[in-house]
Ligand binder design. Structure first.
Ligand SMILES: Cc1cc2nc3c(=O)[nH]c(=O)nc-3n(C[C@H](O)[C@H](O)[C@H](O)COP(=O)(O)OP(=O)(O)OC[C@H]3O[C@@H](n4cnc5c(N)ncnc54)[C@H](O)[C@@H]3O)c2cc1C
Ligand code: FES
Length: 282
């Protein structure tokens, strides 16, 4: 099944570029494996029509009804990787509640209904030559396509990956395969706190000339980067996770306030985001 919902932003005007169309597709599960005790990697066979994606965009997954779980509403999931040549799309997700619990029961060969690609992804501006990525938990999934894009644009990337324990560190080999310098920190080793990370990132700013921050997965770490960014004049972007209902800008369930020059404004994370300017997030 494949249908197109061409959603037009409220602000579109004559002469502006057409927005990409959003597709609803039944995609066959190619593989579905545990990567550690909490996260699964789901790989789908996907048509080319949905693989024109930007790093940071997401899909809305129709998790199935099972004997154990009856999730209501779709669940948002960042794109972990997409490959138009191979026709694959993958998600790296944490089994958290009813939706992801039901998703985890799906076997290879089954069909999953997905809508996307959705939202606004990361932008790597030409002046951002030495980016630093700071990711924790599901942020390690969301930022993986950004690392690929940095490699494509030939920007030397520093990836600081944080997790509760070494076992839960994901994507590090993938980041390295894209040429990133990877630094890992964990709660178990006692080097993932704000104080240790501030010291580490201050050193990286001096030694590597970091000029942009990208982050996802921790409100605490986002606030730390906002503070460091303001102090050092370093700009950046953050991908937010917000509970969603429609995922396409209609219901306002995902609205939260942002800081703009004119004052606070309410924006939809699913439509104007999920990627926002780092300093705009309140
Ligand atoms: C744009 C976007 C991209 C995302 N990408 C990923 C991803 O790549 N991998 C991944 O594992 N998860 C991702 N998430 C979070 C994922 O959508 C939720 O974990 C999932 O919806 C939980 O559904 P559930 O029914 O299993 O759990 P629920 O029973 O709904 O919730 C379980 C727990 O997770 C919290 N939670 C539920 N939904 C969200 C949410 N949207 N954001 C943050 N916390 C939530 C609940 O408050 C609760 O504590 C993303 C969320 C957004 C908005
Ligand atoms: S989830 Fe409906 S507007 Fe964002």
């Amino acid at each position: 099944m494949s249908a197109s919902l061409c959603v037009v932003p409220d602000s579109i005007s004559a002469g502006a570029p057409r927005p990409p169309s959003i597709h609803e597709v039944g995609a066959r599960i190619k593989s579905h494996e545990w990567v550690n005790g909490e996260y699964r990697l789901l790989v789908l066979d996907a048509p080319a029509s949905i693989l024109n994606c930007e790093p940071g965009q997401f899909f809305h997954l129709l998790c199935p009804q099972t004997d154990r779980f009856q999730p209501y509403l779709r669940r948002p999931m960042s794109i972990y990787s997409f490959d138009a040549a191979r026709g694959t799309l993958s998600f790296l997700y944490k089994v958290a509640g009813a939706g992801t619990g039901a998703l985890a029961e799906l076997q290879p060969g089954a069909t999953l209904n997905i809508v996307g690609p959705l939202g606004k992804g990361f932008e790597i501006r030409p002046e951002w030559q030495r980016p630093l990525l700071l990711a924790r938990g599901v942020g390690l999934a969301t930022l993986a396509p950004l690392a690929r894009e940095c490699a494509r644009l030939d920007r030397p990337l520093t990836a600081v990956c944080s997790a509760r324990s070494p076992e839960l560190l994901m994507s590090t080999d993938l980041f390295r395969s894209y040429g990133a310098e990877v630094i890992t920190v964990t709660d178990a080793e006692g080097n993932s706190g704000v104080e240790s990370l501030t010291t580490l990132i201050e050193r990286l700013i001096r030694s590597r000339g970091i000029d942009a921050f990208f982050t996802c997965g921790s409100a605490r770490l986002m606030r730390m980067l906002q503070e460091m960014g303001a102090r050092h004049g370093i700009v950046g972007q953050v991908a937010l996770e917000q509970q969603m209902a429609c995922g396409i800008g209609m219901c306002q369930a995902c609205v939260r306030p942002f800081r703009r020059e004119t004052g606070a404004v309410n924006l939809r994370v699913c439509r104007e985001g999920p990627v926002f300017d780092l300093q705009e997030v309140l």
